[in-house]
Design a protein around this ligand. Structure first.
Ligand code: NDP
Ligand code: KPL
Length: 310
């Protein structure tokens, strides 16, 4: 398969490199220091699932040079979507499609669909903890390395089945989801809890959940996101909130979130696509989300400062 990857960070770099190692023709759309690294030293993964070093990597900052692909993994951060959308069309072959892998619920895939067409868009949720340590060098923090992908209109499709099979052959725990919208909402509700509580308190999940107040914070964030999800049509089970709280209570106590890490390092935050997304949708639906609104207000000045031009 010819597979394009837009953004070779934690998600795109990991999945793209594994697919390349399995024999697929993978082209990375990257820029700056990433482009230099991929062209000179290649891409290196340090992983509990096995280290990998690819030295012959097809990479460019020009989508026309990379050419057409069967599948394009779209793996920039949510705040970088608009800047990267124009690159998608030239990367797509005649029957090619994009797999949108951002956190942020259904909105990122909807933005991709608006740009390239819903018939060329597949929604995706990444389950991995992997980050760039240096240009071209990725640190994979746990054995988890999966994705769930599916048609935005629901149901199964040959293209999703085929790509997930190829991904599994490449040691990626890929699953075809018949209802990806619900999967994306579930993930957003989970992350709103984990990221909102750890980033706003500047403490790992173990510290947050140790108190009654912390438990209430987590439940408030998850329940509000779940209420918005259900109002949007997501088929969340009645015990979704309890199960998600159970999961948050079982996470490694030292676990934080990308939002926390980005905040701690003064990097641009995905806040607008997480809690901002819940607040916006709640307003449109006439729902009250006071806990999410408070966490959003606490973090928003940091998001604004990090995004401001130097
Ligand atoms: N990392 C993880 O473990 C997980 C991440 N996610 C989600 O996946 C998404 C991607 O996250 P992650 O991989 O961590 O992000 P990273 O920041 O590690 O990688 C994104 C990459 O995209 C590049 N990029 C941005 N805009 C462009 C562009 N126009 N053209 C080419 N490259 C571009 C950035 O490079 P540059 O420096 O040049 O801007 C960056 O290297 C996010 O929504 C995140 O929340 C989900 C699950 C787990
Ligand atoms: C929950 C996690 C770590 C999943 O990989 C994530 O996506 C994030 O922190 O943004």
């Amino acid at each position: 398969m010819r597979i394009g990857v837009v953004g070779a960070g934690g998600v795109g770099g990991y999945f793209g490199a594994r697919l390349a190692a399995a024999g697929h023709d993978v082209g990375f759309l990257v820029r700056g220091a990433q482009l230099t690294a991929l062209r000179t030293t290649g891409i290196e993964i340090h992983s509990p699932r096995g280290n990998l070093h690819l030295t012959d990597v097809r990479a460019s900052d020009d989508p026309d040079e990379l050419g057409a692909h069967d599948v394009v993994l779209f793996a920039v951060k949510a705040y970088a979507i608009d800047g990267a959308l124009p690159a998608l069309q030239p990367l797509l072959g005649a029957d090619g499609f994009v797999v949108s892998l951002q956190n942020g619920g259904v909105a990122p895939a909807e933005r991709v669909a608006a740009a390239v067409g819903v018939e060329r868009t597949v929604g995706g949720a990444a389950y991995i903890s992997c980050h760039l340590r240096a240009p071209g060098v990725l640190e994979h923090h746990s054995p988890l390395a999966g994705m769930e992908i599916g048609e935005l209109g629901g149901g199964s499709s040959a293209r999703v089945e085929e790509f997930t099979e190829r991904a599994r052959d490449a040691d990626i725990d890929a699953v075809a989801a018949p209802d990806i919208r619900t999967v994306l909402w579930q993930k957003l509700a989970f992350i709103c809890g984990l990221a909102g509580a750890t980033a706003s308190s500047r403490h790992p999940i173990g510290e947050v959940r140790a108190t009654e107040a912390g438990q209430r914070l987590l439940r408030g964030l998850v329940s509000e996101a779940a209420a918005v999800a259900r109002a949007d049509g997501a088929a969340l089970a009645d015990d979704f909130e309890d199960k998600t709280l159970g999961l948050l209570n079982r996470l490694d106590p030292g676990m934080r979130s990308s939002l926390y890490e980005d905040l701690a390092h003064g990097r641009v935050l995905e806040l607008d696509s997480l809690h901002g997304e819940i607040v916006r949708r709640a307003d449109a639906l006439g729902l009250d989300v006071p806990v999410t609104r408070t966490v959003y207000a606490v973090l928003e000045p940091f998001a604004r400062a990090a995004a401001a031009p130097a």
